[in-house]
Design a protein around this ligand. Structure first.
Ligand code: PMT
Length: 402
Protein backbone atom coordinates (compact mmCIF):
# COMPACT_ATOMS: atom_id res chain seq x y z
CA UNK A 1 0.00 0.00 0.00
CA UNK A 2 1.36 3.42 -1.00
CA UNK A 3 -0.98 5.50 1.15
CA UNK A 4 0.13 9.14 1.33
CA UNK A 5 3.37 8.48 -0.55
CA UNK A 6 4.24 11.26 -3.00
CA UNK A 7 5.07 9.65 -6.33
CA UNK A 8 6.20 11.94 -9.14
CA UNK A 9 5.70 10.22 -12.49
CA UNK A 10 7.69 11.52 -15.43
CA UNK A 11 6.25 10.58 -18.84
CA UNK A 12 8.49 10.90 -21.89
CA UNK A 13 7.76 10.70 -25.61
CA UNK A 14 7.50 7.04 -26.49
CA UNK A 15 4.59 4.89 -27.63
CA UNK A 16 4.68 3.20 -24.21
CA UNK A 17 3.32 6.48 -22.78
CA UNK A 18 -0.11 4.90 -23.15
CA UNK A 19 0.96 2.27 -20.55
CA UNK A 20 1.88 5.09 -18.16
CA UNK A 21 -1.85 5.74 -17.92
CA UNK A 22 -2.31 2.34 -16.28
CA UNK A 23 0.74 2.92 -14.06
CA UNK A 24 -0.80 6.14 -12.71
CA UNK A 25 -4.16 4.45 -12.28
CA UNK A 26 -2.63 1.59 -10.28
CA UNK A 27 -0.60 3.95 -8.12
CA UNK A 28 -3.79 5.85 -7.28
CA UNK A 29 -5.54 2.58 -6.43
CA UNK A 30 -2.78 2.04 -3.86
CA UNK A 31 -3.68 5.44 -2.40
CA UNK A 32 -0.49 7.19 -3.52
CA UNK A 33 -0.47 10.94 -4.17
CA UNK A 34 0.59 11.12 -7.83
CA UNK A 35 1.80 14.15 -9.76
CA UNK A 36 2.75 13.85 -13.42
CA UNK A 37 5.38 15.73 -15.41
CA UNK A 38 5.17 15.25 -19.17
CA UNK A 39 7.76 16.14 -21.77
CA UNK A 40 6.52 17.96 -24.85
CA UNK A 41 6.94 14.80 -26.92
CA UNK A 42 4.94 12.79 -24.41
CA UNK A 43 1.91 14.98 -25.05
CA UNK A 44 1.98 13.77 -28.67
CA UNK A 45 1.10 10.28 -27.40
CA UNK A 46 -1.25 10.95 -24.49
CA UNK A 47 -3.06 14.15 -23.56
CA UNK A 48 -2.24 15.87 -20.25
CA UNK A 49 -5.96 15.82 -19.46
CA UNK A 50 -5.84 12.02 -19.20
CA UNK A 51 -3.20 12.16 -16.50
CA UNK A 52 -4.76 15.16 -14.78
CA UNK A 53 -8.02 13.25 -14.50
CA UNK A 54 -6.41 10.04 -13.26
CA UNK A 55 -3.99 11.67 -10.84
CA UNK A 56 -6.51 14.25 -9.63
CA UNK A 57 -3.63 16.68 -9.77
CA UNK A 58 -2.51 19.26 -12.33
CA UNK A 59 -0.05 17.94 -14.90
CA UNK A 60 3.24 19.79 -15.18
CA UNK A 61 4.46 20.42 -18.70
CA UNK A 62 6.94 23.13 -19.32
CA UNK A 63 9.43 24.74 -16.96
CA UNK A 64 8.21 28.20 -17.69
CA UNK A 65 4.46 27.64 -17.35
CA UNK A 66 2.69 30.09 -15.14
CA UNK A 67 3.61 28.69 -11.66
CA UNK A 68 0.50 27.11 -10.16
CA UNK A 69 1.28 28.01 -6.59
CA UNK A 70 4.21 30.42 -6.57
CA UNK A 71 6.78 27.74 -5.70
CA UNK A 72 9.49 27.20 -8.24
CA UNK A 73 7.83 24.08 -9.57
CA UNK A 74 10.77 21.87 -10.24
CA UNK A 75 12.20 22.51 -6.77
CA UNK A 76 8.91 21.87 -4.97
CA UNK A 77 8.28 18.71 -6.99
CA UNK A 78 11.85 17.51 -6.46
CA UNK A 79 11.57 18.06 -2.72
CA UNK A 80 8.13 16.55 -2.22
CA UNK A 81 8.85 13.33 -4.13
CA UNK A 82 9.14 10.17 -2.03
CA UNK A 83 9.90 8.32 -5.25
CA UNK A 84 10.43 9.64 -8.75
CA UNK A 85 9.35 7.23 -11.49
CA UNK A 86 10.01 7.89 -15.19
CA UNK A 87 7.79 5.64 -17.27
CA UNK A 88 8.39 5.27 -20.13
CA UNK A 89 12.03 6.33 -20.17
CA UNK A 90 13.40 7.07 -23.62
CA UNK A 91 17.03 6.77 -24.69
CA UNK A 92 16.97 10.54 -25.01
CA UNK A 93 16.25 11.25 -21.38
CA UNK A 94 18.72 8.59 -20.22
CA UNK A 95 21.36 10.36 -22.29
CA UNK A 96 20.39 13.79 -20.95
CA UNK A 97 20.48 12.76 -17.29
CA UNK A 98 23.73 10.80 -17.75
CA UNK A 99 25.30 13.96 -19.17
CA UNK A 100 23.77 16.44 -16.75
CA UNK A 101 21.53 18.07 -19.34
CA UNK A 102 18.52 19.76 -17.72
CA UNK A 103 16.70 21.65 -20.43
CA UNK A 104 13.07 21.05 -19.52
CA UNK A 105 10.95 20.65 -16.40
CA UNK A 106 11.34 16.88 -16.21
CA UNK A 107 15.13 16.75 -16.54
CA UNK A 108 15.53 19.77 -14.26
CA UNK A 109 13.37 18.18 -11.57
CA UNK A 110 15.21 14.86 -11.81
CA UNK A 111 18.51 16.68 -11.39
CA UNK A 112 17.17 18.57 -8.36
CA UNK A 113 15.63 15.65 -6.48
CA UNK A 114 17.27 13.71 -3.67
CA UNK A 115 14.64 10.98 -3.66
CA UNK A 116 14.98 7.58 -5.29
CA UNK A 117 14.75 7.82 -9.08
CA UNK A 118 13.46 4.79 -10.94
CA UNK A 119 13.60 4.52 -14.73
CA UNK A 120 11.38 2.19 -16.78
CA UNK A 121 13.11 2.14 -20.17
CA UNK A 122 11.07 1.65 -23.36
CA UNK A 123 12.62 1.80 -26.82
CA UNK A 124 13.47 -0.10 -29.96
CA UNK A 125 15.70 -3.13 -29.31
CA UNK A 126 18.62 -1.76 -31.33
CA UNK A 127 18.51 1.49 -29.40
CA UNK A 128 18.30 -0.36 -26.08
CA UNK A 129 21.26 -2.54 -26.97
CA UNK A 130 23.22 0.40 -28.37
CA UNK A 131 26.51 0.63 -26.39
CA UNK A 132 25.92 4.36 -25.80
CA UNK A 133 22.56 3.70 -24.11
CA UNK A 134 23.99 0.75 -22.19
CA UNK A 135 26.95 2.86 -21.03
CA UNK A 136 24.65 5.69 -19.95
CA UNK A 137 22.48 3.24 -17.95
CA UNK A 138 25.51 1.61 -16.32
CA UNK A 139 26.81 5.03 -15.33
CA UNK A 140 23.48 6.08 -13.86
CA UNK A 141 23.20 2.78 -11.96
CA UNK A 142 26.64 3.42 -10.45
CA UNK A 143 25.22 6.74 -9.21
CA UNK A 144 22.30 4.92 -7.56
CA UNK A 145 19.61 5.43 -10.16
CA UNK A 146 17.44 2.33 -10.57
CA UNK A 147 16.16 0.69 -13.73
CA UNK A 148 13.22 -1.65 -14.16
CA UNK A 149 14.34 -4.04 -16.90
CA UNK A 150 12.20 -3.86 -20.03
CA UNK A 151 10.47 -6.97 -21.30
CA UNK A 152 11.63 -8.96 -24.29
CA UNK A 153 8.99 -9.43 -26.92
CA UNK A 154 7.27 -7.88 -29.90
CA UNK A 155 7.66 -4.10 -29.89
CA UNK A 156 5.44 -1.46 -31.45
CA UNK A 157 8.00 -1.12 -34.24
CA UNK A 158 7.35 -4.80 -35.05
CA UNK A 159 10.86 -5.84 -34.02
CA UNK A 160 11.41 -8.59 -31.45
CA UNK A 161 13.80 -8.29 -28.50
CA UNK A 162 14.37 -6.36 -25.26
CA UNK A 163 12.93 -2.88 -25.10
CA UNK A 164 9.21 -3.21 -24.38
CA UNK A 165 8.47 -1.31 -21.16
CA UNK A 166 7.85 -3.51 -18.12
CA UNK A 167 4.18 -4.20 -17.40
CA UNK A 168 2.41 -1.55 -15.29
CA UNK A 169 1.64 -4.06 -12.54
CA UNK A 170 5.35 -4.91 -12.25
CA UNK A 171 6.37 -1.26 -12.31
CA UNK A 172 3.96 -0.45 -9.47
CA UNK A 173 5.12 -3.54 -7.53
CA UNK A 174 8.70 -2.34 -7.92
CA UNK A 175 7.80 1.16 -6.68
CA UNK A 176 5.85 -0.25 -3.70
CA UNK A 177 8.71 -2.62 -2.92
CA UNK A 178 11.17 0.29 -2.85
CA UNK A 179 9.55 1.53 0.35
CA UNK A 180 10.31 -1.64 2.29
CA UNK A 181 13.20 -1.70 4.72
CA UNK A 182 15.52 -4.39 3.31
CA UNK A 183 16.19 -5.83 6.74
CA UNK A 184 16.18 -9.45 5.56
CA UNK A 185 18.94 -8.96 2.97
CA UNK A 186 21.46 -11.81 3.07
CA UNK A 187 18.96 -14.37 4.29
CA UNK A 188 17.71 -17.34 2.28
CA UNK A 189 14.19 -18.10 3.44
CA UNK A 190 12.28 -21.22 2.41
CA UNK A 191 8.51 -20.90 2.60
CA UNK A 192 6.20 -23.86 2.01
CA UNK A 193 2.63 -23.11 1.05
CA UNK A 194 -0.59 -24.64 -0.16
CA UNK A 195 -1.93 -28.18 0.08
CA UNK A 196 -0.38 -31.40 -1.10
CA UNK A 197 -2.26 -33.91 -3.20
CA UNK A 198 -1.95 -37.65 -2.53
CA UNK A 199 -3.14 -39.73 -5.51
CA UNK A 200 -5.58 -42.62 -5.08
CA UNK A 201 -5.66 -43.57 -8.75
CA UNK A 202 -5.08 -41.67 -12.03
CA UNK A 203 -8.35 -39.83 -11.52
CA UNK A 204 -8.70 -39.18 -7.79
CA UNK A 205 -6.56 -37.73 -5.02
CA UNK A 206 -6.72 -36.67 -1.37
CA UNK A 207 -6.08 -33.00 -0.61
CA UNK A 208 -7.15 -30.20 1.76
CA UNK A 209 -8.52 -26.67 1.72
CA UNK A 210 -5.24 -24.75 1.78
CA UNK A 211 -5.26 -22.01 -0.88
CA UNK A 212 -1.62 -20.99 -0.44
CA UNK A 213 -2.54 -17.41 0.51
CA UNK A 214 -0.81 -17.41 3.90
CA UNK A 215 2.46 -18.82 2.57
CA UNK A 216 2.42 -16.64 -0.54
CA UNK A 217 2.01 -13.49 1.55
CA UNK A 218 4.97 -14.52 3.72
CA UNK A 219 7.07 -15.23 0.62
CA UNK A 220 6.13 -11.92 -1.02
CA UNK A 221 6.93 -9.84 2.04
CA UNK A 222 10.18 -11.68 2.72
CA UNK A 223 11.21 -10.91 -0.87
CA UNK A 224 10.18 -7.27 -0.47
CA UNK A 225 12.31 -7.06 2.66
CA UNK A 226 15.34 -8.26 0.69
CA UNK A 227 15.45 -11.99 1.45
CA UNK A 228 16.30 -14.60 -1.17
CA UNK A 229 13.04 -16.58 -1.13
CA UNK A 230 12.35 -20.14 -2.25
CA UNK A 231 8.61 -20.82 -2.33
CA UNK A 232 7.82 -24.55 -2.31
CA UNK A 233 4.16 -24.78 -3.16
CA UNK A 234 1.48 -27.38 -3.69
CA UNK A 235 -1.11 -26.85 -6.42
CA UNK A 236 -3.03 -23.59 -5.87
CA UNK A 237 -5.20 -21.29 -7.97
CA UNK A 238 -3.36 -18.09 -7.04
CA UNK A 239 -0.32 -16.54 -8.71
CA UNK A 240 2.92 -16.82 -6.75
CA UNK A 241 4.60 -13.50 -5.92
CA UNK A 242 7.17 -12.19 -8.42
CA UNK A 243 10.84 -12.24 -7.60
CA UNK A 244 10.81 -15.49 -5.64
CA UNK A 245 12.05 -18.88 -6.85
CA UNK A 246 9.01 -21.15 -7.12
CA UNK A 247 9.32 -24.93 -6.70
CA UNK A 248 6.03 -26.68 -7.47
CA UNK A 249 5.24 -30.03 -5.83
CA UNK A 250 2.23 -32.34 -5.50
CA UNK A 251 2.80 -34.86 -2.72
CA UNK A 252 4.20 -34.54 0.79
CA UNK A 253 7.13 -36.74 -0.25
CA UNK A 254 7.90 -34.29 -3.07
CA UNK A 255 7.65 -31.37 -0.63
CA UNK A 256 10.01 -33.18 1.75
CA UNK A 257 12.57 -33.70 -1.00
CA UNK A 258 12.23 -30.10 -2.22
CA UNK A 259 12.90 -28.76 1.29
CA UNK A 260 15.81 -31.19 1.64
CA UNK A 261 17.34 -29.77 -1.56
CA UNK A 262 17.23 -26.22 -0.21
CA UNK A 263 17.65 -26.54 3.56
CA UNK A 264 21.40 -26.70 4.14
CA UNK A 265 22.21 -23.12 3.11
CA UNK A 266 18.98 -21.47 4.27
CA UNK A 267 18.65 -19.31 7.35
CA UNK A 268 14.92 -19.82 7.85
CA UNK A 269 12.31 -22.47 7.00
CA UNK A 270 8.69 -21.34 7.39
CA UNK A 271 6.21 -24.18 7.07
CA UNK A 272 2.92 -22.53 6.10
CA UNK A 273 1.89 -25.43 3.87
CA UNK A 274 -0.69 -28.06 4.79
CA UNK A 275 1.10 -31.31 3.86
CA UNK A 276 -0.96 -34.46 4.10
CA UNK A 277 0.04 -36.59 7.10
CA UNK A 278 -0.96 -39.77 5.29
CA UNK A 279 -1.01 -41.15 1.75
CA UNK A 280 -2.80 -44.16 0.31
CA UNK A 281 -0.68 -47.28 0.82
CA UNK A 282 -1.47 -48.39 -2.70
CA UNK A 283 -1.94 -46.08 -5.69
CA UNK A 284 -3.93 -47.83 -8.37
CA UNK A 285 -2.57 -47.58 -11.93
CA UNK A 286 -6.12 -47.72 -13.20
CA UNK A 287 -9.26 -45.90 -12.16
CA UNK A 288 -10.80 -47.71 -9.17
CA UNK A 289 -14.10 -49.04 -10.44
CA UNK A 290 -17.27 -48.69 -8.45
CA UNK A 291 -18.50 -52.14 -7.43
CA UNK A 292 -22.22 -52.69 -7.76
CA UNK A 293 -23.87 -55.12 -5.38
CA UNK A 294 -24.24 -55.36 -1.65
CA UNK A 295 -20.91 -53.92 -0.46
CA UNK A 296 -21.22 -50.11 -0.57
CA UNK A 297 -17.94 -49.39 1.19
CA UNK A 298 -14.55 -48.63 -0.27
CA UNK A 299 -11.86 -49.05 2.39
CA UNK A 300 -8.49 -47.50 1.68
CA UNK A 301 -5.38 -48.23 3.72
CA UNK A 302 -3.10 -45.25 4.42
CA UNK A 303 0.54 -45.00 5.42
CA UNK A 304 2.18 -42.09 7.21
CA UNK A 305 4.04 -39.36 5.35
CA UNK A 306 7.22 -37.89 6.81
CA UNK A 307 6.66 -34.94 9.15
CA UNK A 308 8.73 -32.35 7.28
CA UNK A 309 8.78 -29.69 10.02
CA UNK A 310 9.73 -32.26 12.64
CA UNK A 311 12.50 -33.71 10.49
CA UNK A 312 14.14 -30.37 9.82
CA UNK A 313 13.44 -29.19 13.36
CA UNK A 314 15.47 -32.18 14.45
CA UNK A 315 18.45 -31.82 12.07
CA UNK A 316 18.68 -28.00 12.02
CA UNK A 317 21.97 -26.40 12.97
CA UNK A 318 21.85 -22.59 12.64
CA UNK A 319 18.57 -22.52 10.77
CA UNK A 320 15.31 -21.24 12.27
CA UNK A 321 12.36 -23.58 11.72
CA UNK A 322 8.94 -21.94 12.07
CA UNK A 323 5.75 -23.94 11.97
CA UNK A 324 2.02 -23.45 11.99
CA UNK A 325 -0.65 -25.33 13.90
CA UNK A 326 -3.97 -25.79 12.18
CA UNK A 327 -6.44 -26.72 14.87
CA UNK A 328 -10.18 -26.78 15.45
CA UNK A 329 -10.01 -26.95 19.26
CA UNK A 330 -7.51 -26.79 22.14
CA UNK A 331 -5.52 -24.37 19.99
CA UNK A 332 -2.79 -23.34 22.43
CA UNK A 333 -2.41 -26.78 24.02
CA UNK A 334 -1.99 -28.58 20.68
CA UNK A 335 0.26 -25.83 19.30
CA UNK A 336 2.55 -26.05 22.34
CA UNK A 337 2.81 -29.82 21.82
CA UNK A 338 3.81 -29.30 18.16
CA UNK A 339 6.31 -26.59 19.12
CA UNK A 340 8.07 -29.09 21.36
CA UNK A 341 7.63 -32.26 19.31
CA UNK A 342 8.85 -30.62 16.11
CA UNK A 343 11.57 -28.59 17.89
CA UNK A 344 10.30 -25.38 16.26
CA UNK A 345 11.65 -21.93 17.07
CA UNK A 346 8.12 -20.60 17.25
CA UNK A 347 4.69 -21.65 16.07
CA UNK A 348 1.75 -19.79 14.61
CA UNK A 349 -1.50 -21.37 15.73
CA UNK A 350 -4.71 -20.71 13.83
CA UNK A 351 -8.20 -22.06 14.33
CA UNK A 352 -9.19 -23.30 10.89
CA UNK A 353 -12.87 -23.63 11.77
CA UNK A 354 -13.31 -19.99 12.88
CA UNK A 355 -14.67 -17.38 10.45
CA UNK A 356 -11.97 -15.21 8.91
CA UNK A 357 -9.24 -17.59 10.05
CA UNK A 358 -7.20 -20.33 8.44
CA UNK A 359 -7.90 -21.75 5.00
CA UNK A 360 -8.72 -19.64 1.91
CA UNK A 361 -9.59 -16.40 3.67
CA UNK A 362 -7.65 -13.16 3.10
CA UNK A 363 -7.50 -12.77 6.86
CA UNK A 364 -6.25 -14.90 9.71
CA UNK A 365 -6.57 -15.00 13.50
CA UNK A 366 -3.33 -16.28 15.00
CA UNK A 367 -1.70 -16.99 18.33
CA UNK A 368 2.09 -17.06 18.29
CA UNK A 369 3.91 -19.18 20.84
CA UNK A 370 7.69 -19.21 21.14
CA UNK A 371 10.28 -21.30 22.99
CA UNK A 372 10.27 -18.96 25.98
CA UNK A 373 6.61 -19.78 26.46
CA UNK A 374 5.62 -16.28 25.35
CA UNK A 375 2.09 -16.37 23.94
CA UNK A 376 0.77 -13.51 21.78
CA UNK A 377 -2.84 -13.49 20.63
CA UNK A 378 -3.71 -11.34 17.62
CA UNK A 379 -7.09 -10.12 16.38
CA UNK A 380 -8.36 -10.82 12.88
CA UNK A 381 -5.79 -9.36 10.50
CA UNK A 382 -5.00 -9.43 6.78
CA UNK A 383 -2.65 -12.27 5.95
CA UNK A 384 -0.20 -9.58 4.76
CA UNK A 385 -0.15 -8.15 8.28
CA UNK A 386 0.19 -11.63 9.80
CA UNK A 387 3.14 -12.20 7.45
CA UNK A 388 4.70 -8.96 8.69
CA UNK A 389 4.32 -10.05 12.33
CA UNK A 390 5.86 -13.45 11.55
CA UNK A 391 8.82 -11.94 9.68
CA UNK A 392 9.38 -9.32 12.38
CA UNK A 393 9.69 -12.21 14.87
CA UNK A 394 12.03 -14.04 12.49
CA UNK A 395 14.13 -10.87 12.25
CA UNK A 396 14.29 -10.64 16.05
CA UNK A 397 15.45 -14.25 16.36
CA UNK A 398 18.04 -13.77 13.58
CA UNK A 399 19.38 -10.72 15.42
CA UNK A 400 19.41 -12.67 18.72
CA UNK A 401 21.54 -15.37 17.04
CA UNK A 402 24.08 -12.90 15.65
O1 PMT B 1 -3.14 -21.62 2.57
P1 PMT B 1 -4.25 -20.83 3.21
O2 PMT B 1 -5.56 -21.09 2.55
O3 PMT B 1 -3.92 -19.39 3.33
O4 PMT B 1 -4.45 -21.41 4.70
C1 PMT B 1 -3.40 -21.14 5.60
C2 PMT B 1 -3.17 -22.37 6.50
C3 PMT B 1 -4.41 -22.60 7.33
C4 PMT B 1 -2.88 -23.60 5.65
C5 PMT B 1 -1.97 -22.04 7.40
O5 PMT B 1 -2.26 -20.90 8.19
C6 PMT B 1 -1.64 -23.21 8.29
O6 PMT B 1 -2.20 -23.39 9.34
N1 PMT B 1 -0.69 -24.05 7.80
C7 PMT B 1 -0.33 -25.29 8.49
C8 PMT B 1 -1.32 -26.35 8.15
C9 PMT B 1 -0.92 -27.68 8.77
O7 PMT B 1 -0.57 -28.63 8.14
O8 PMT B 1 -0.95 -27.55 10.12
P2 PMT B 1 -0.69 -28.89 11.07
O9 PMT B 1 -1.04 -28.46 12.47
O10 PMT B 1 -1.37 -30.10 10.49
O11 PMT B 1 0.90 -29.09 10.92
C10 PMT B 1 1.77 -28.45 11.85
C11 PMT B 1 3.04 -27.98 11.15
O12 PMT B 1 3.74 -29.13 10.66
C12 PMT B 1 2.77 -27.09 9.97
O13 PMT B 1 3.77 -26.10 9.93
C13 PMT B 1 2.89 -28.02 8.78
O14 PMT B 1 3.39 -27.34 7.62
C14 PMT B 1 3.92 -29.02 9.27
N2 PMT B 1 3.76 -30.35 8.69
C15 PMT B 1 2.62 -31.06 8.87
C16 PMT B 1 2.53 -32.33 8.33
C17 PMT B 1 3.64 -32.89 7.64
N3 PMT B 1 3.60 -34.10 7.14
N4 PMT B 1 4.78 -32.15 7.51
C18 PMT B 1 4.85 -30.90 8.03
O15 PMT B 1 5.86 -30.23 7.90
Amino acid sequence: MLKDKNIIVGVTGGIAAYKAVEVVSRLKKQKANVEVIMTKNATKFVTPLTFQTLASNPVYLEMFDEPKNYDVEHISLAEKADVFLIAPTTANIIGKIANGIADDLLTTTIMATKSKVIFAPAMNTNMYLNPIVQKNMDYLMELGYEFIDPCTGLLACQTHGPGRMAEPVDIVDYVANSFYDKDLVGNKIIVTAGPTIEPLDPVRYITNHSSGKMGYKIAELAKNRGAQVVLITGPTSIEPPKGVRVVRINTTMEMFRAVEDEFNDCQVLIKAAAPSDYRPKVVSNEKIKKKDGENDELNIEYVKNPDIAAHFGRIKTNQLVVGFAAETNNLVEYAKEKLEKKNLDFIIANNVSADGSGFKSDTNIVTIIDRNGEINDYPILNKSKVAEIILDKVMTLINDKS
